[in-house]
Design a protein around this ligand. Structure first.
Ligand SMILES: C[S@@+](CC[C@H](N)C(=O)[O-])C[C@H]1O[C@@H](n2cnc3c(N)ncnc32)[C@H](O)[C@@H]1O
Length: 229
């Protein structure tokens, strides 16, 4: 399937809405329903926000890419970049690869990786992590930040989208949904301030913290972190 709409996805809003619909349609059954809901939670306004901070070329990592929804979205919006999705779950990655093939998106690839043991070995222009760090034990998360910083090109950027610990009721709402989706996992939520301190300790500067306000009761935060030139 050739999608001229995807090639032009960086041009306009309507194309992005169609791109989102095409990505959702590239999945089947329950995963399609999940993709629909996930694109409601991380909706186009958030994605545009994230997309604008990422480089247009070079290697961009999607840490904890899951079924690859947003790797495919970013790859389509950034045709000169190479998006690599990393996830521990081989089944999710295969579903991501199948969706990429259906959409004929060739600048996205998917690699199985337990991020707890990850040692990046390539130069990276940019990276983002959407709701993955609270799935990782704090010591693993901290080590990943250090290694990621070391591998980012100078002037490179890392975007961390996670969940703040305030307001408390919103954190509980998120926790209940996380526990339903991943009943065997533990969760390691951190406050925006704790994230800022840890990112600064890893070398990132400046770090901007952006609350992503939404009608859904998630305490979303986006941290925009640069590796100084
Ligand atoms: C909430 S999902 C987010 C997926 C994707 N970023 C998104 O926004 O749709 C969390 C993902 O983290 C992955 N994950 C959890 N622990 C991991 C680990 N140790 N290494 C790599 N991926 C992991 C899970 O397999 C899952 O796909």
């Amino acid at each position: 399937m050739k999608l001229s709409i995807i090639e032009n996805a960086h041009d306009n809003q309507n194309a992005k809405r169609k791109l989102r619909a095409q990505i959702i349609a590239a999945y089947s059954g329950i995963i399609r329903a999940y993709a629909f809901v996930r694109f409601k939670i991380i909706h186009l306004r958030f994605l545009e926000e994230i997309e604008q901070y990422l480089p247009d070329g070079g290697t961009i990592l999607d840490l904890g890419c899951g079924f690859g929804l947003f790797s495919l979205y970013m790859a389509a919006c950034k045709p000169n970049a190479r998006v690599i999705g990393l996830d521990i779950d081989a089944r999710r990655l295969q579903i991501a690869r199948d969706a990429a093939a259906k959409l004929d998106i060739r600048n996205a690839s998917f690699v199985q990786q337990d991020l707890r043991a990850w040692r990046p070995d390539q130069t990276i222009a940019g990276a983002y992590a959407l709701d993955i760090f609270h799935h990782l034990p704090v010591e693993n998360g901290n080590r990943i930040l250090v290694d990621l910083f070391a591998r980012l090109e100078s002037g490179g950027r890392f975007l961390l989208k996670d969940i703040d610990t305030q307001p408390r009721a919103m954190l509980w709402f998120t926790y209940v949904l996380d526990a339903l989706m991943s009943p065997r996992d533990d969760f390691y939520y951190r406050s925006a301030g704790a994230w800022q301190r840890q990112l600064a300790a890893s070398g990132f500067a400046p770090i901007f913290v952006h609350d992503l306000w939404d009608i859904l009761p998630y305490p979303h935060i986006l941290l925009i972190c640069d590796k100084p030139r």
